[in-house]
Design a protein around this ligand. Structure first.
Ligand code: G3P
Length: 222
């Protein structure tokens, strides 16, 4: 499973990139608004830090206006992916962009038929929002499962990008189901290598080594 970071914060992106396991970045208007930066300059900078796909979302709601915004965004860097909402206008814009070879991430996906149409319109990524479905008492993971099965039934190549990930268990489940990508907030990436038994085990190894070392040093000297 590929790993993207879901943030527009440059410090978080740099720290995740330094781990050497980051495949891409997703941003959205809410995440961008927190950064208080020029949108285009900021996307350019993110694209310099991470060579993989960087999703930049349009804010227009009508397809021609979406295409006009996308036109400017694709010029920022070759790794920009255009993020469009799962609406009828979004699907129309997705078709037009995909036909020109522009990669599209269809976002705000909450039911499997949106994912089916996104794939038929040539989307590069579909973003089902797990956490937001869980928030309203639905089962976000079931949506990932349904999309996986539909795409596999028909050999659809759009990649499933598990989004709105809130905790490590979301990631484990999405990976088991076979999501192609997960986009993950920095806090959850930081949790991915954590287990209290790892910390405890390391502490013991180091303590045992520190106790044994003077003896080994003495043996070596005789
Ligand atoms: O990538 C979409 C994601 O940012 C939504 O996450 O936590 O705002 O539902 P959340």
């Amino acid at each position: 499973m590929q790993l993207y970071i879901d943030t527009a914060n440059l410090a978080e992106i740099r720290r995740a990139a330094e781990m050497g396991v980051l495949d891409g970045v997703t941003t959205n208007p809410s995440l961008m608004a927190r950064e208080n930066a020029d949108f285009h300059d900021h996307i350019r900078e993110i694209c310099r830090i991470v060579p993989g796909p960087v999703s930049a979302e349009v804010v227009a709601t009508e397809s021609d206006a979406m295409l006009a915004e996308a036109e400017d965004l694709v010029r920022l860097a070759p790794n920009v992916v255009i993020k469009l909402p799962c609406t009828v206008d979004g699907i129309r814009a997705c078709r037009a962009l995909s036909d020109r070879g522009v990669r599209v991430n269809m976002t705000l996906c909450f039911q499997p038929l949106q994912a089916l149409l996104a794939a038929k319109a040539g989307a590069f990524l579909i973003s089902p929002f797990i956490g937001r479905l869980d928030d309203v008492g639905e089962d976000g993971m079931q949506l990932i499962q349904q999309i996986r099965q539909i795409y596999d039934n028909y050999g659809l190549e759009t990649k499933i990008l598990a989004a709105s990930i809130r905790h490590p268990q979301h990631l484990v489940q999405a990976a088991l189901i076979g999501a192609d990508v997960a986009t993950v907030p920095f806090g959850v990436i930081a949790q991915m290598m954590k287990h209290p038994l790892t910390d405890l085990g390391l502490e013991r190894f180091l303590a045992d080594w520190a106790k044994a070392r003077p003896r080994s040093a003495a043996t070596a000297a005789t």
